[in-house]
Design a protein. Structure first.
Length: 65
């Protein structure tokens, strides 16, 4: 993200999403996987995405599972 304002807008939009049912969760995972698959280039699929360790730690800290 080049702009903190853009990041804030994205966070606000994500915060409005609710996945209360199994069907909603399944649909979101399907959309995500499809998006990752389409991110490939030069004949490769984009099926692999490695989340940086600091991001994982931040997500876990905020979600507090």
């Amino acid at each position: 993200m080049q702009s903190g304002y853009n990041l804030r807008e994205i966070i606000n939009l994500i915060d409005e999403l609710h996945f209360n049912t199994r069907a909603e969760k399944h649909e979101m995972s399907h959309l995500y996987e499809d998006k990752i698959r389409n991110m490939g280039n030069a004949g490769r699929n984009g099926g692999e995405y490695y989340t940086p360790r600091p991001l994982i730690k931040t997500i876990v800290k905020i979600v507090a599972p």
